[in-house]
Design a protein around this ligand. Structure first.
Ligand code: AVJ
Length: 299
């Protein structure tokens, strides 16, 4: 499926929807980095602080000298901390963006000249072809990226990951007060709104769409029943949008669902992992109880 196929399929659904992986073009990646520094967006800081505070036990669980597989480009500070503490035999970052992978790998090579780096271009939401393991392999999936998947998809992802790594470290955002969650996805500077709307700008740039960004607005709310933040783009009026040869009709107030961000209690995620064949060996949280890192193993 290409970007165009996914967009046409998503905008043809009764509830229009677009896959969140398309947020991350160059502009979107820059906006996401800005989100990570926002005062309201606690996730990045909470995960970094729990990683710092528990680095040696995290490294001990992962197994010094293992092969470290990361779902994501490895651009983050947490990854560098982990590599320093773990001294893995090899580091295998998996990312859909070839350019993000290449620049992250080049930086890591300069910082860790002793490290064997094997970048893998791939979409982790689908089964991956990996080079054969030369020893124990631990997978690292930080950042609550798994929260973009529905629990069913997360189950499928974990069940598949089981064949790739005997141990996993998975970062998940925790369930918490709805007001805190609301603020994190409705920041006062409008960076999250710009991030969400950039998806329409990207469709205009890359697929010849004619979305008028002033006629859509960012909308994010916490769906407590499902334990997830939902992001939408709401059509402010009745309109028709063209994307190359296709036309899409919007009612006033109709939404495009652009992202889910699931929040799990430690017990909920433990049950999900158990159904996929993983035992939750440990779970670390930051001192404020905002974010969790789960240590999962198959044995
Ligand atoms: C990168 C998926 C973890 O869900 O919090 C941030 C993306 N969306 N603000 C998240 C995001 C809006 C983020 N993840």
């Amino acid at each position: 499926m290409s970007f165009l196929d996914d967009v046409i399929a998503g905008l043809s659904l009764p509830q229009k929807a677009l896959p969140p992986k398309y947020f991350y073009d160059a502009t979107g990646s820059r906006l996401f980095e800005k989100i990570c520094r926002l005062p309201e967006y606690y996730l990045t800081r909470a995960e970094l602080s729990l990683t710092r505070a528990n680095l040696s036990s995290i490294a001990r669980f992962a197994g010094r000298g293992c092969e470290l597989l990361e779902y994501g480009s490895g651009e983050s500070l947490k990854t560098r901390l982990l590599i320093r503490a773990l001294r893995p035999k090899a580091y295998l970052p998996v990312d859909i963006s070839e350019t993000a992978l290449a620049s992250a790998a080049a930086r890591l090579r300069r910082q860790f000249p002793w490290l064997r780096i094997v970048p893998i271009v791939g979409d982790f939401s689908r089964p991956l072809d990996l080079p054969p393991a030369r020893g124990p392999r631990t997978a690292y999936f930080p950042g609550s990226t798994i929260g973009n998947l529905t629990p069913e998809e997360a189950h499928g992802f974990l069940a598949h990951a089981r064949a790739q790594a005997g141990r996993m470290l998975v970062g998940t955002d925790l369930r918490k007060d709805a007001n805190l969650l609301h603020a994190a996805y409705n920041d006062s500077r409008g960076v999250t709104a710009a991030f969400n709307l950039n998806l329409l700008a990207r469709i205009n740039r890359e697929l010849g769409g004619d979305f008028d960004l002033r006629r859509f607005s960012h909308y994010a709310f916490y769906n407590a029943g499902r334990g997830r933040i939902e992001m939408h783009l709401i059509s402010l009026e009745r309109q028709v949008v063209k994307i190359s040869r296709d036309r899409f009709r919007f009612e006033r107030g109709e939404s495009i669902h652009t992202e889910n961000s699931y929040k799990y209690s430690p017990a909920e995620f433990r049950a999900l992992a158990a159904n996929a064949g993983f035992r939750q060996a440990r779970v670390w949280t930051d001192r404020k109880g905002l974010f969790a890192l789960h240590a999962l193993q198959t044995d």
